[in-house]
Design a protein around this ligand. Structure first.
Ligand SMILES: NC(=O)c1ccc[n+]([C@@H]2O[C@H](COP(=O)([O-])OP(=O)(O)OC[C@H]3O[C@@H](n4cnc5c(N)ncnc54)[C@H](OP(=O)(O)O)[C@@H]3O)[C@@H](O)[C@H]2O)c1
Length: 291
């Protein structure tokens, strides 16, 4: 869908005129977010790559208490706040009621903003009952400090428990998803699609092009990229967001990388290309550390 053809709805985040990144509806809300956002784990690129991404329509920025990049994000978006959808996370060691409230205040301060657009539980806790954490998140919504609640690294069972404990909808689940990490396709992705929960695909480039092209799918990715006239990064990301309810948050630390990333939407891989990629990347799942 072209930006011109993409009707702005209530709550849409405004990209710059001519911006290229397409938008998708967040969960069951009336808010639209970009299908390609910008991740900031281990990000050290300074304000420019993030600002370039925002200018191109990648107006969702993902950070986390744990990453130590909230202040850098805050600096990058300082004069652009109204155009940016800010997603951050509370670390899993801070999921007690009072800890969540304190962590949110600290994130707001680091980011230099009044309200977090999407506040996510970074990963489930074995120690803290989910109801305690959800109560704190509800309190943050009621206080106007958080707009939407999300989770990350939650299984279907964990999602169900979290939702049952909250009077506000869980709008998203941020999980690993890329051509080489397709484990969510069996159960979690269909569940989220059925229940209107946005899947935010993290590590959609499998932490770096070398991991994507170094394995079984290598030749398929290059062949599809050549046939489609796109870069391998664009093909890998477009494949992710071709799935219903999925948006992706790759990290690009340079303006050139971000420009490449932002050109990954607003067009569609052919069915033939998708079939070729999925056949090539049906091998063993690559496991990498959790960020
Ligand atoms: N919720 C969680 O538990 C969790 C876990 C992991 C990640 N995340 C989130 O997901 C985001 C993305 O995942 P990720 O950072 O693990 O990895 P990723 O986005 O899969 O891959 C990032 C790597 O791809 C490279 N890259 C980006 N654009 C490129 C281009 N056009 N050409 C060549 N290389 C390119 C980057 O290089 P440069 O950096 O040099 O540009 C970097 O080395 C994170 O930043 C974070 O926000 C969340």
């Amino acid at each position: 869908m072209t930006p011109a053809g993409c009707k702005r709805q209530r709550g849409a985040i405004a990209p710059e005129r001519g911006a290229a990144v397409e938008q998708k509806v967040l969960g069951k809300t009336d808010v639209r977010v970009p299908a390609i956002g910008l991740g900031t784990w281990r990000y050290s690129g300074g304000p420019e790559p993030l600002r370039r991404g925002i200018a191109l329509g990648a107006t969702l920025i993902d950070t986390a208490e744990r990453y130590g990049t909230e202040a850098a994000v805050g600096r990058a978006i300082a004069r652009l706040r109204s155009r940016v959808f800010v997603a951050t996370k509370v670390r899993h060691e801070n999921l007690r009621y009072e800890q969540v409230l304190r962590a949110a205040d600290s994130s707001l301060l680091e980011l230099g903003i009044e309200r977090i657009d999407l506040y996510q539980i970074h990963r489930p806790s074995q120690q803290v009952p989910i109801a305690e954490t959800m109560a704190a998140l509800e309190m943050l919504v009621d206080a106007g400090k958080v707009r939407f609640i999300g989770v990350s690294n939650f299984s279907v069972a964990q999602l169900k428990s979290a939702q049952a404990a909250s009077r506000y909808p869980i709008v998203s689940n941020q999980v690993r998803y890329s051509l080489v990490n397709r484990a969510i396709e069996d159960e979690l992705l269909p569940y989220c699609q059925r229940h209107g929960i946005t899947v935010i695909a993290y590590s959609p480039l499998s932490r770096g092009l070398a991991n994507l092209v170094g394995g079984l799918g290598d030749r398929a990715l290059m062949r599809v990229a050549a046939a489609e006239g796109r870069s391998p990064v664009q093909v890998a990301l477009n494949w992710c967001i071709s799935k219903q309810n999925v948006i992706a948050i790759p990290r690009g630390s340079t303006v050139a990388h971000v420009e490449d990333i932002c050109a990954a939407s607003d067009w569609r891989l052919s069915e033939e290309s998708i079939t070729m990629l999925e056949a090539a990347y049906s091998g063993p799942i690559v496991r990498t550390e959790m960020a």
